[in-house]
Each structure stands twice: as C-alpha cells, then as structure tokens.
Design a protein around this ligand. Structure first.
Ligand code: PBG
Length: 333
C-alpha cells in the first residue's frame, strides 16, 4: 500500500460518505419477493386470537386468513406458509386431523387458493405436532419414543391431502429420516409431480420455538431432541442436506435463522437449489419485546436481521414481518 506522507493510502470511508453513496455500493438488498409469510389459521373461531408471545401476530379465522393472503400478495410477498390449529378435542395420538381432507389446514389451503390462485405461492407445514395430543412431530411407539417409520406413513398421507387441497409447496418439518423421499413418492403416486418440496433440511432443537408452541396451542411436554438437531453441530447439517437433495428436495431450509447464519452460509455455498431461512417465532418475539421497552429501534432492527439472513445466503426468508416489510419496501423505505 502506498502511503503518502502521513496520510492513509486507502480510505474505505469514502464509500460511506452519504446515503446515496452507501445505497449505490450496497451488496445486499431486500426485495418483497424474498419474503414468505408464515400464518396460523385456527378452527372454530369467529374472531382472530392474538398470540401473547408474538405481539402483532394472530391465529386467523378462515376469513381473516384470506384477507392476510390478499394483503401479502398486494405487498409483493412471494408466498405464504400455512399452519393449521385444530380444535383441541380433535387432537389425538395419530394427529388424525392432519390427514382429514376437511381438516383445518386443508380447508385453509382451499380458501387461500380460491382467493389468490397462483399469484402467491401457497405452502403448507407438513408435520404432525399441530394435530397430536402429545404435541410431538410424529406418532409414538409403545415405549413413548417417536416412531420414525410409522410417522413417515402419516406424512405420506398428509402430503397427499395437502396436495389435493391445491397447495403448491409442502414443507416437511418433522425431521424424520427419509421424510423427503417418502413425501416425493406419495405426491408422484397421485399425479402431483408438480407440487414441490421445501425441505426443512437443517432444523435445530431451539429454545426460540416457544412462542410458536402458543401459536399452535401445542401440548408438548419435554423436547424434540431425538429428532431435531443439536445446536452444537454444524457438519450434520451437510449430511442432512445431501440426504434431502438425494431424496428429491426442490428447495432447502435452515431454521432458526439468526443463531444459525454459519449453517446457512455453508448450505448456501454447497447447493444449486434455492435456499430458504426461517426467522422463527422467538427471533420475532425478542425484537418486538426489546422494541416495546424502547431498548432498540424496531424497524432498523427488523431490517438488520433480514439483511443479515440474506447476506448469509438465503434467497427466501420466512418471517412474520413479511407483509409489513414488503409494504415498507414498496413505499421506498
Ligand atoms: C413444526 C414446526 C415448528 C415451527 C415451524 N414448523 C415447531 C417446532 O418444530 O417445534 C416453528 C416456527 C416458529 O417458531 O416460528 N410443525
């Protein structure tokens, strides 16, 4: 580096001098089409129910879900990921409501499809925890363990009813071994070869899911450590990734997002399929709570979290702020 007298030869600050310059040299930009809105729809309610631990997020009625889908589409959001919350008395050991063609998620898929057609990518959570009375993502063996292969049979059936309802993308999120292959096979068997699979490839056992458990009224006691990944591990994500791709995943996801940006970067570097990241309920709750206390600037913090996730390599981000952020981007903010 040339140094002239006592002046620094290089001044990176020159490219930071004003907003116009910073805007021009920015490497990462958020776009509404990067965003996917996760949304909850609850059976048997006539008014939306606020989720305490997620201020601003509700359990939708069928009607308000349709409105939320329209609002998301109008803001330019790419897609919506639907979660069904059945009536409590419909939960059972097998998660039967998850495979009922008239179960709440299937009904919601049809509603949203009727409302927005193909203008918004309609995705569905393919997992049993919303429907089981024990709250696990699978069915239990006699000794109480989550039975992998028996669960796969349930996922195959779920994939088919969700596809029949008109979903564009299914999101197997239960972390059972072989789930992507079984779901692909089940879809192809009924002629749904155009329904894609967004695989929850690297899904960690995280403390940040807690608000979601309220959102879906989960009765889980204990944890999911025998099927979700250990936060201490990075390499096994690459193994999960290889398996999911081999089994036919069209897109892969890392979840949670913020505490796992290293995993996201590794995954994004090593694949040629689209990579998603899920900014989960606890990540949302932390920012909202600190902002409510006046400890951080809410809008700036939200933008920074999303930019970080995109910079790390995600081309699609699931976030509960999707519509709001997309609206702001549309307004040039
Ligand atoms: C499984 C599922 C979960 C989330 C999305 N899909 C819960 C879990 O694995 O425990 C969490 C999303 C969030 O916390 O925002 N059905």
């Amino acid at each position: 580096m040339t140094v002239y007298g006592s002046f620094p030869g290089a001044r990176p600050r020159r490219l930071r001098v004003n907003p116009a310059m910073r805007r021009m040299v920015a490497e990462t930009r958020l776009h509404p089409a990067d965003l996917i809105l996760p949304a909850f729809v609850r059976e048997g309610i006539s008014e939306p129910v606020p989720i305490q631990a997620m201020p601003g997020v509700v359990q939708h009625t069928r009607d308000t879900l349709r409105k939320a889908a329209v609002e998301a589409r109008e803001a330019g959001v790419a897609g919506i990921m639907l979660f069904g919350v059945p009536e409590d008395e419909k939960k059972d050991g097998l998660g039967t409501a998850g495979t009922d063609p008239d179960g709440i998620l299937q009904v919601a898929i049809r509603d949203v499809k009727a409302e927005v057609g193909d203008e918004l990518v309609i995705m569905s959570d393919l997992c049993l925890d919303e429907y089981t009375d024990h709250g696990h993502c699978g069915v239990l063996a006699e000794d109480g363990r989550v039975d992998n292969d028996a669960t796969l049979e349930r996922y195959a059936e779920m994939a088919q009813v969700q596809a029949d309802a008109g979903v564009h993308v299914v999101g197997p999120s239960g972390m059972m071994d072989g789930q992507v292959g079984v779901v692909r096979d089940a879809l192809d068997t009924i002629g749904k070869e155009d329904v894609s699979i967004l695989a929850y490839t690297a899904k960690y056992s995280s403390a940040f899911y807690s608000p979601f458990r309220e959102a879906v009224g989960s009765s889980l006691k204990g944890d999911r450590k025998t099927y979700q990944q250990d936060p201490a591990n990075a390499r096994e994500s690459l193994r999960e990734l290889a398996l999911d791709l081999e089994e036919g995943a069209d897109m892969v996801m890392v979840k949670p997002a913020g505490p796992y940006l290293d995993i996201l970067a590794k995954v994004a570097e090593s694949v040629d399929v689209p990579v998603a990241a899920y900014q989960i309920s606890g990540e949302y709750a932390m920012v909202e709570a600190a902002a409510e206390k006046g400890w951080i600037d809410r809008d700036k913090a939200i933008a920074e979290t999303l930019l970080g996730i995109k910079r790390a390599g995600a081309s699609m981000i699931l976030t509960y702020w999707a519509t709001e952020v997309a609206q702001g981007l549309g307004a040039g903010r």
